[in-house]
Write a protein that binds this ligand. Structure first.
Ligand code: NAD
Ligand code: IPM
Ligand code: MN
Length: 350
C-alpha cells in the first residue's frame, strides 16, 4: 500500500486538485493500484481559522507514512505576506531537502506555441531548478524598518554542496536520457562571488561528462534565447530564483501556466509534486482553471512511484482530450475545469 498526502491548498488549487484526484481514482481502478489518498486541509482557510500552517511533527509523519506528497497551490489575497505558503511549501522543500525542482517544458501542439514561425516540437526541454538555497532561504532582516533610513536584506546563499548536487543531477539526467547538452544559467558577470562558484562547479562537473556539451547563458540572455530559439535547449540548470522566473516564461511556451507540471525531488527521500502555477485568485471559484498541469503532475507522481502504465495513460488522455478540442479558456476554448476533468476521466476509463 502506497499512501499519498494531498494538500489541495487555496484558490484554483482546490479546483484542479479535485480533477487530478478523479484521474488518480480512475487509473487506480483500471490498473488495480494499491494506493490510498489522505486529503489535508492545510492552506489559507485553515491558517486564518486557527493559525495552523503545517502542524508540528507533520513533516516527520509525512516521511514515515507516505510515498509521495501532492500539492495544488497556495496563495490567498487575505494572507498578503504568504506566511502560510512559506511555512507549508518552502518548509517542505527545505526540510525534506527536495533539492531538485524538476520542471519539464514541452509544447504539446502547434496551436499552443506562442512563437511566430515555430512548431510545437521546438519546445521540449527540462529545467533543473535548485530548490533548497539561494535567496529563498529567508536569511536576512530589517534595520530601522518603516523609517526613511530603512535597510532590508535577503542573503543569497549558495553552498558548494548545494550547487554541485543540482548540477550533477542535471548532467546525470542528460546522460541517462541520451541528451547532448546541459546549459547552466547564472549572472556571474554581476554576481562575482556566488555565481563564480556556479561557474567553477559547472566546469568541474562537466569534465565528468565528456560526451555532453556544457554551455552557458547569462540569465538575461537565456530569457532572450528561450523566445528566439528554444529548440537549442535540452537541459537547463540554474539557481532557485532564476529557475522560478525562467519556468514561468517557459510555461508560456507550453501554452500557459495551465500546462506546466513539476516535481520537487530528493533522490533518496519523500518527494512532492505540484503544478508550476499558483492559486490564480483572478479566476478562482469560476470553474475556469485549466486542470491539465495538475493532472500531468499527478502523472509525474505515478511515474515516480513506478506506475508507468498509469502515468502513460494520463499523458495519453491529456493528448487525446486536447486533440478532441476540449480546451479551457486559457487555451482558447470554453471548456470548464470540471468538464476538462470529465473528458480526461472518459478517456482514462476507456
Ligand atoms: P498564478 O500562477 O497563480 O497566476 C498567474 C496567471 O496565470 C493568472 O492570470 C492566472 O489566472 C493564470 N493561471 C495560472 N494557473 C492557471 C490555470 N491552471 N489555468 C488557467 N489560468 C491559470 O500566479 P500569481 O497570480 O502570481 O500568484 C497567485 C498566488 O499564488 C500568489 O499568492 C502566489 O504567491 C501563489 N503561488 C503559489 C504557487 C504554489 O503554491 N506552488 C506557485 C506560484 C504562485
Ligand atoms: C513556484 C512558486 C513558489 C516559488 C512561491 C509560491 C514561493 O512561485 O513554485 O514556482 O517561488 O518557488
Ligand atoms: Mn513560481
Amino acid at each position: 500500500m502506497q499512501r499519498i498526502a494531498v494538500i489541495a491548498g487555496d484558490g484554483i488549487g482546490t479546483e484542479v486538485t479535485a480533477q487530478a484526484l478523479r484521474a488518480l481514482d480512475t487509473v487506480r481502478d483500471r490498473f488495480d493500484l494499491d494506493l490510498e489518498v489522505e486529503e489535508l486541509d492545510y492552506g489559507a482557510e485553515r491558517y486564518l481559522r486557527d493559525g495552523t500552517t503545517l502542524p508540528k511533527g507533520e513533516i516527520e509523519r509525512f516521511r514515515n507514512d507516505f510515498a509521495a506528497i501532492y500539492l495544488g497551490a497556495l496563495g490567498d489575497p487575505r494572507v498578503p505576506d504568504m506566511q502560510h505558503g512559506r511555512e507549508i511549501l518552502l518548509a517542505l522543500r527545505f526540510e525534506l531537502d527536495l533539492y531538485i525542482n524538476f520542471r519539464p517544458v514541452k509544447c504539446l501542439a502547434d496551436q499552443f506555441c506562442p512563437l511566430k514561425a515555430k512548431t510545437h516540437d521546438a519546445i521540449d526541454f527540462k529545467v533543473f531548478r535548485e530548490n533548497t538555497e539561494g535567496i529563498y532561504v529567508g536569511v536576512g532582516g530589517n534595520f530601522k524598518k518603516g523609517t526613511a533610513d530603512e535597510i532590508a536584506i535577503n542573503e543569497d546563499i549558495n553552498t558548494r554542496k548545494g550547487v554541485e548536487r543540482i548540477i550533477r543531477a542535471a548532467f546525470a539526467y542528460a546522460q541517462k536520457n541520451n541528451l547532448g547538452r546541459v546549459t547552466m544559467s547564472d549572472k556571474s558577470n554581476a554576481m562575482r562571488y556566488a555565481h563564480d562558484l556556479w561557474q567553477r562547479v559547472f566546469k568541474e562537473v562537466a569534465q565528468d561528462y565528456p560526451t555532453i556539451e556544457a554551455n552557458h547563458f547569462y540569465v538575461d540572455a537565456l530569457a532572450m534565447a528561450l523566445l528566439r530559439s528554444p529548440e537549442q535547449f535540452e537541459v537547463i540548470v540554474t539557481n532557485n530564483l532564476f529557475g522560478d522566473i525562467v519556468t514561468d516564461l517557459a510555461a508560456e511556451l507550453q501554452g500557459g501556466m495551465g500546462m506546466a507540471a513539476s516535481a520537487n525531488i530528493n533522490p533518496d527521500g519523500l518527494c512532492l509534486f505540484e503544478p508550476v502555477h499558483g492559486s490564480a485568485p483572478d479566476i478562482a471559484g469560476m470553474d475556469k482553471a485549466n486542470p491539465l498541469a495538475a493532472i500531468l503532475t499527478m502523472g509525474m507522481l505515478l511515474e515516480h512511484l513506478e506506475h508507468r502504465e498509469a502515468s502513460r495513460a494520463i499523458e495519453n488522455a491529456v493528448m487525446q482530450t486536447l486533440h478532441a478540442g476540449h480546451l479551457s479558456e486559457d487555451l482558447g476554448g470554453h471548456t470548464g475545469t470540471s468538464q476538462m476533468g470529465d473528458a480526461i476521466v472518459e478517456r482514462l476509463s476507456a
